[in-house]
Design a binder for this molecule. Structure first.
Ligand SMILES: N=CN[C@@H](CCC(=O)O)C(=O)O
Ligand SMILES: [Mn+2]
Ligand SMILES: [Mn+2]
Length: 320
């Protein structure tokens, strides 16, 4: 008899069902050359958050939560078990210099997209400030970029009061000329989370704004179809930015800026799955989760599902 048959490496002594592939098994560490069609990368920056945030821990928490789920969608009868997600690791942040950290994000995304233009990149924040450099890096390759942002907030704050924070990424994208205001669509903006000044700023710059009232009164799929139709006439690629605080506080306790009257998780998941079906949708970020204040990793689990729904849409349409 072989000795120690039941002794495993620490953390590996877990039950395994031979017929179940876990979503986390799709992750393959990047070997520096070869890449599959899907890539994941962490941007662990949260020193730029207005509210105290440990969102720098979210890339690890979200990856870990992928191990709680399988690769099979019964709703669509789609199995992602053969799909590979190349895990590019995390970008090293500067300990004190936020602008330097943002430069590192922009440079890394620019370089990765240049080398692997066919890869669908999923970027894990971090707070929402990472979307400015991430979209900037992405735009260097794709040129005309549209953004669909799920968020309770406009994130169009002025930069004079606090510099480049999680409240300013879309203002920076517009004012740097990286994207046009008319190529930004915000979905899920809600009451008492913004000031009129920033709503007016958005409208003045041609930003399309769907409030939570629109989300409640209309079919989310209709809003998504309308948004993609509007953008695909004018841009070469669409980038989705998912600020998890778009969800009601009941669904996203791990976000610093929680509140009532938000989206339910099923609507967000349906929206992301549908977006995945469009070839023009090339990248997505997921931001604003602070695992240190989350409850049973509820918010990171939902983020893991956002990834799976996006890939389900991609697989359904035959893009991966
Ligand atoms: N991305 C989030 N932006 C929100 C919340 C900021 C915060 O409280 O950390 C905003 O600007 O209001
Ligand atoms: Mn927000
Ligand atoms: Mn935001």
């Amino acid at each position: 008899m072989q000795p120690f048959r039941f002794l495993k490496e620490s953390g590996k002594a877990v039950f395994q069902d031979r017929y179940v592939k876990k979503a986390s098994e799709m992750l393959h560490t990047w070997d520096g050359n070869q890449a599959g069609r899907i890539g994941i990368i962490g941007a662990p920056l949260s020193k730029s958050s207005i509210s105290h945030s440990g969102a720098a821990f979210a890339p690890g928490a979200i990856r870990k939560m992928l191990s709680s789920y399988s690769t099979y969608s019964i709703e669509e009868d789609i199995d992602l078990s053969d799909s590979v997600i190349t895990d590019y690791g995390d970008i090293v942040m500067h300990p004190t210099d936020i602008v330097e950290s943002q430069k590192r994000i922009a440079e890394t995304i620019e370089q990765l997209v240049a080398v692997h233009p066919d890869v669908l990149f999923i970027i894990l924040g971090g707070d929402h400030s990472i979307s400015f450099p991430a979209v900037s890096g992405f735009q260097k390759h794709w040129r005309k970029v549209g953004v669909i942002q799920f968020d309770a907030h406009h994130d169009l704050r002025n930069l004079d009061d606090g510099g480049p924070t999680n409240g300013t990424p879309f203002r920076s994208l517009i004012e740097s000329g990286t994207i046009k205001g008319s190529h930004l669509i915000q979905i899920g903006i809600r009451d008492f989370a913004n000031s009129k000044t920033y709503t007016e700023y958005g409208k003045r710059h041609g930003v399309s704004i769907y409030t939570m009232k629109d989300v409640r009164n209309r079919d989310i799929k209709e809003i998504i179809e309308e948004s993609v139709q509007q953008l695909e006439r004018e841009v070469d690629a669409i980038y989705i930015s998912v600020d998890m605080d778009v969800l009601d506080q009941a669904y996203a306790p791990g976000c610093p800026a929680i509140g009532p009257g938000g989206m339910d998780s099923a609507s967000l998941l349906d929206a992301v799955a549908l977006l995945g079906e469009y070839e023009i949708v090339k990248a997505m970020d997921i931001v604003e989760i602070d695992p240190t204040i989350d409850f049973r990793d509820v918010t990171s689990r939902t983020a893991a599902w956002v990834i799976m729904q996006f890939l389900k849409g991609k697989k359904k349409a035959g893009w991966v």
